[in-house]
Design a protein around this ligand. Structure first.
Ligand SMILES: [Zn+2]
Length: 361
């Protein structure tokens, strides 16, 4: 496209459009016609937007970025950079942080997805406070974009699903939006919280854990990360906002391994462990088995199969002591699952003939 008219002297350049209505990226071309930006859509349709309605929002790995203050979520990335004459015709570049001043922090956080790029500078220095402010639906979308739904690797049997649901319900906080739990066919000892209220258990965990009470403790710990909103925090700190958001557009594939290997701060781990002990106590499940599990890990680490899980967690000996010490000898505990339920849960991935193991680790 060659845009005519006065001042329309530039060739069309390729750009990526996010229209703010869906997470989908549109590969389009842009040009200029007098005071308007022309957008040539994939369908061939041409859209005109007054240059005065656009704001330049700095540049980064995505190239130069234009946004529309009147349309949250709308953004245009020009990987090859803005053509010089078009850049000169645009309103002055936008300074990072100005929106936050204008909107107040609370509203800025709610508009997180929309004004993401404006927040980059702030977020990279402050994931601790920003992570928990990311609205859950946004976090859920980010999670789905980063790791997908993992359906083909998720083990299912009717009895196994029921046992997992019972375990989750017994240790989770009552009256909250549900956390989705999945058992994945992965031959490693690990469990992790994923963005958007999800918890995954690797089937390798069941080869090592012989007691449903210990699985309840590990699940409760991951639930703690989810309920305390630690996941976005760690994701932002470890991967950076640009990667996290690029993930939502499908531009940068982030492997499940990266997300399940997230490191939390020592403080967050302590909170998740405290949450786990509280929830086990509320469910009348003894913390003894969880303590014994960590004691065994402490003896064997950092050898072989433990590596993955322990690399991202605090010293097992301390955790063994904290869980073991939380046992109340005067209390009557109940098993987290019946023997039949435990059998169904721990053998679920062997019995599900349809599931495909995850190998991309
Ligand atoms: Zn943890």
């Amino acid at each position: 496209m060659s845009a005519g008219g006065d001042g329309g002297d530039e060739q069309a350049v390729p750009a990526i459009l996010f229209d703010g209505r869906s997470a989908r990226r549109h590969e389009i071309a842009i040009g200029r016609d007098a005071g308007d930006l022309l957008i040539v859509h994939e369908t061939g349709a041409i859209e005109r937007i007054a240059l005065a309605a656009l704001e330049r929002q700095g540049s980064g790995p995505w190239g130069d970025r234009l946004v529309r203050p009147d349309q949250p979520g709308w953004r245009l990335d020009i990987p090859g950079g803005l053509p010089t004459a078009l850049a000169a015709a645009l309103p002055a570049p936008h300074r990072y942080g100005r929106w936050i001043d204008r909107m107040g922090l609370g509203r800025a956080a709610v508009a997180f997805a929309a004004i993401s790029a404006a927040l980059v500078g702030v977020v990279l220095t402050a994931p601790q406070w920003l992570g928990p402010l990311v609205p859950l639906p946004v976090e859920r979308r980010i999670g789905e974009a980063l790791v997908g739904d993992l359906a083909s690797a998720t083990c299912h049997t009717p009895a196994g699903d029921a046992a997992l649901a019972k375990l989750m319900a017994s240790v989770d906080l009552p009256g909250q939006a549900p956390v989705r739990a999945q058992v994945l066919k992965v031959g490693m000892i690990n469990a992790a919280a994923l963005p958007g209220n999800r918890v995954v258990l690797f089937s390798g965990l069941f080869d090592e854990m012989k007691d449903p009470d210990a699985v309840a403790g590990v699940v409760a710990h991951e639930l703690g990360h989810a309920r305390k909103r630690h996941v976005m925090q760690a994701l932002l700190r470890e991967l950076g906002l640009s990667v996290v958001l690029a993930g939502t557009s499908g531009a940068v594939p982030v492997q499940l391994a990266k997300v399940t290997g997230l490191r939390y701060s020592r403080e967050a781990e302590g909170e998740a462990d405290a949450f786990a002990r509280d929830r086990l106590s509320a469910a009348a499940i003894s913390p003894a088995a969880t303590g014994a599990f960590f004691a065994k890990a402490a003896k064997e680490e950092p050898a072989g199969p433990w590596m993955v899980m322990l690399a991202s967690h605090p010293a097992s000996a301390d955790r063994a002591k904290a869980f073991g010490g939380a046992v109340d000898r005067s209390r009557r505990y109940r098993p987290a699952l019946s023997p039949a339920e435990w059998q169904a849960l721990s053998r679920m991935c062997d019995e599900d003939k349809r599931v495909r193991p995850l190998l991309d680790f």
